[in-house]
Every structure is written in structure tokens, then in C-alpha cells.
Design a protein around this ligand. Structure first.
Ligand SMILES: Cc1cc2nc3c(=O)[nH]c(=O)nc-3n(C[C@H](O)[C@H](O)[C@H](O)COP(=O)(O)O)c2cc1C
Length: 383
């Protein structure tokens, strides 16, 4: 067991006790701990795990496993060694912006984030800290390439910047990642932790940005470089048909459903009573985005709806749905696979898994989804 695995296991056992401390103290402890842990994971180099999952193909890429990390885990572009050795289906770095961002600080807490361990959920109000597109694209350009392990980058327009300037910065990012030979790009249109960037309402600003990116980047791509758009799990059911129609018409290659939620009152019902004091304190002091089990049902519902809508549409390009939100176990993955959604990302569930299984976290998951592939190959043989 590595030192990081040991720390994760001990911390996981202590979490339910730390949650009971006064909320401001618990927030300080958890936020510092999360930052320390994230930095360590970016540079961890464990031994290789064997993966039993069948590879899946999407666009021109092969993912050796249908699950990989959600954006925000490797904001500085690290994590290659750990994710490759663990057996993840891909590595996703970012979200980055054109200018480096310090992220949020309030009440002396930098990058506030807390878990609700019994509720298997979490809150964060980090505010997109990152070193900028160019710094992370440079790191990607130096990464080794491995079969079945694509490297993606998540990027966003700088919030609060004048729109023209922000779009210029975004294109610089697209170009930098393209030159760095990233395998796919994810446009983050759903961060709730920076002013003006939460797009549960598909506002006119979002539609304009999608059109500009389509016009200025998608239509002039020099090589096949899939671009997907990440939308909030708070997107309303009624908005899905027009959103998907727009993405397909504008030439995007997929959608990630979705990001964190800000439905504090509604999701409070899913928080265990022992954790509501911390929940109430965090959501009223910082707001932030909710992640983890509070989103499991919602993300499954959204991807199910999206798959149904897309199957009734004419879609000229290869378009994929990536499920993100409350994915913890093989059964979560199997539930969306049964709806025809194969690609998955996880964040909160990954860390819970890491605390239990350490670097074997993907190996464990791959074993529990293997029956799906055996089942489908049996069906293929019979048909
Ligand atoms: C601490 C933290 C930081 C995050 N940073 C980002 C980010 O930079 N970009 C992004 O698109 N999503 C970010 N997210 C959202 C996750 O990528 C994911 O969409 C969300 O947590 C829901 O998935 P989960 O339930 O598996 O955690 C972040 C989430 C957390 C918990």
C-alpha cells in the first residue's frame, strides 16, 4: 500500500467525525486536505493494475475502459502516471481558462470543498483555479501516448471577461490543445462557481458561444478532434431536445451530462440528518456545486432522455453522450449502458473508490462491468 492509499483510507474513516465538528472548522480541514490530496495524486506513480474491461470505441478513439475521471481532478495537467497505471479509460485535464486563475477564497478558506460521507456526496466552491490553457497544453504535448488511453482537455471561456476577449482566449485554448495533440476537448459550459457561468438555463450567451465555437473552430478543424459540451445536471428536461438539436446542427461531437448541481433545497432531502448542519452552512456561506450520490438518479434520467431524443433525430455525425454525476459502482455504469450510453466520468465516486481500493479502484470497477461485455458478445454471437 502506498502512503497516499494509506492516507486516503484513514481519512475516509475519520470523515464522519470531522463532519461533526463546527462547520467552519470542518470546512477548513476538508478544504486543505482535498488540496493536499489532489496535488499528491497528480504526481503519484503506482504500479500497473490489470483491467478486464473490453475497450470501447468512440469517434476515432479507443478507450480501454468506459470510465475515466471527470474534469477538475487534474486542473494542472498532472495525473498521467496514476490514471494510466490504475487502468482508467482516459485522462481528462483542466478545466483551464486563457488566463491563470487563483480560484475562490472566502473566510480564509482557499478552494472551499467538503464531503458528506454518509450521503456519499460533496460540495465545492473552487472557482476554476488553473494555470491557463498554454501551461496545461504544454504538459499534454510532453505526455507519452498509450493505446486505449486518450488524453482529453476541458476548457472554458474566462468568466467576467469581455465576450470578444473571452472568445479569443477560448480559441487560443482550442488551438493550443489541438497543437499539443489532445485526443478530445470538452467545453465546460456549466461551472456554478464563477459568476455568470452556470448554464442550467440555456441562455442566449451560451447559444452565441456555441455558434461562435462552431463557426471558428469546429468547421476549420485540421484533424479529427472531437469536441463535446459539458452541461449542468440541472438542465431542465424540456430544454434537452433543443439543446441536443443545436449541438448536432452546429457540428459538436457529443455532450457531457453533466456538471454539479445548485438545487440546494431539493437535494437537501438526500443528505443524511447527521450532515445537514455542514450542508446548510456550506451552501449558505459559499453556495458551490453539489456532486456525488445526490446526482446519480438525475444523471441517469438525463442520459436516458438524451439517448431517446437522439435516436429519434437525424444525426449526421458520430455523436456520443458521456454520463457524469453520481457514478460510483459497476451497477451505476451498467444502468446507463443498458440505455445505450457507454461513456462515463466520475469524480466524487472515484475518491470514495480510491479510499476503499486504492490504486485498484478501476480494476475493481472493470470487474463489475465485465458481465455487460460478456452479455453483449453472447448476444452478438447469437444474432
Ligand atoms: C472539487 C471539484 C472540482 C471540480 N472542478 C471542475 C472543473 O474544473 N471543471 C468541470 O467541468 N467540472 C468540475 N467539477 C465537476 C465534476 O467534473 C463533475 O461534473 C461533478 O463533480 C459531478 O460528478 P460526480 O458526481 O461524479 O462528482 C468539479 C467537481 C469537484 C467536486
Amino acid at each position: 500500500m502506498t502512503a497516499l492509499e494509506r492516507v486516503a483510507r484513514i481519512e475516509h474513516r475519520l470523515r464522519p467525525w470531522v463532519v461533526k465538528l463546527p462547520p467552519s472548522l470542518a470546512t477548513k480541514i476538508f478544504s486543505r486536505g482535498r488540496t493536499w490530496f489532489a496535488h499528491r495524486l497528480e504526481t503519484e506513480a503506482p504500479s500497473h493494475q490489470s483491467i478486464v474491461s473490453e475497450p470501447v470505441r468512440a469517434w476515432n478513439l479507443t478507450f480501454r475502459m468506459p470510465v475515466w475521471n471527470a474534469a477538475g481532478m487534474f486542473k494542472e495537467g498532472g495525473g498521467f502516471d496514476a490514471m494510466f497505471a490504475q487502468g482508467a479509460g482516459a485522462l481528462l485535464v483542466g478545466t483551464t481558462t486563457s488566463e491563470a486563475r487563483e480560484g475562490n477564497v472566502r473566510n480564509g478558506v482557499q478552494w472551499p470543498a467538503v464531503p458528506y460521507p454518509e450521503s456519499r456526496s460533496a460540495s465545492n466552491w473552487m472557482g476554476l483555479p488553473n494555470p491557463g490553457h498554454i501551461a496545461v497544453a504544454t504538459r499534454i504535448s510532453r505526455m507519452p501516448r498509450e493505446t486505449g488511453f486518450p488524453i482529453g482537455a476541458s476548457l472554458a471561456a474566462d468568466p467576467l471577461m469581455d465576450e470578444d476577449l473571452a472568445m479569443k482566449g477560448l480559441f487560443n485554448g482550442f488551438n493550443a490543445y489541438s497543437l499539443a495533440k489532445a485526443d478530445y476537448l470538452e467545453l465546460n459550459e456549466s461551472c456554478p462557481n464563477v459568476p455568470g457561468a452556470h448554464s442550467a438555463d440555456l441562455d442566449r450567451g451560451l447559444m452565441r458561444r456555441l455558434e461562435i465555437v462552431s463557426e471558428k473552430f469546429l468547421k476549420s478543424r485540421h484533424r479529427p478532434l472531437p469536441v463535446v459540451v459539458k452541461i449542468s445536471n440541472d438542465v431542465a428536461d424540456e430544454q434537452l431536445p433543443s439543446l441536443l438539436q443545436t449541438l448536432v446542427e452546429l457540428g459538436y461531437d457529443g455532450v457531457v451530462l453533466g456538471n454539479t448541481s445548485t438545487q440546494y433545497a431539493e437535494l437537501r432531502r438526500k443528505i443524511k440528518s447527521s450532515e445537514t448542519a455542514l450542508y446548510d452552512s456550506f451552501t449558505s456561506t459559499y453556495g458551490g456545486g453539489l456532486s456525488g450520490a445526490v446526482l446519480t438518479q438525475r444523471s441517469l434520467h438525463l442520459v436516458t432522455q438524451a439517448a431517446r431524443i437522439l435516436s429519434a433525430m437525424t444525426v449526421p455525425q458520430e455523436f456520443h453522450i458521456i454520463r457524469c454525476g453520481g457514478v460510483f459502482t459497476g451497477s451505476d455504469v451498467l444502468a446507463s449502458m443498458e440505455q445505450g450510453v457507454v461513456l462515463h466520468q466520475w469524480y466524487t465516486g472515484y475518491f470514495e473508490g480510491f479510499a476503499r481500493y486504492g490504486h485498484g479502484v478501476y480494476q475493481r470497477l472493470s470487474k463489475s462491468i465485465a458481465p455487460f461485455f460478456m452479455e453483449s458478445s453472447r448476444t452478438d454471437t447469437l444474432s
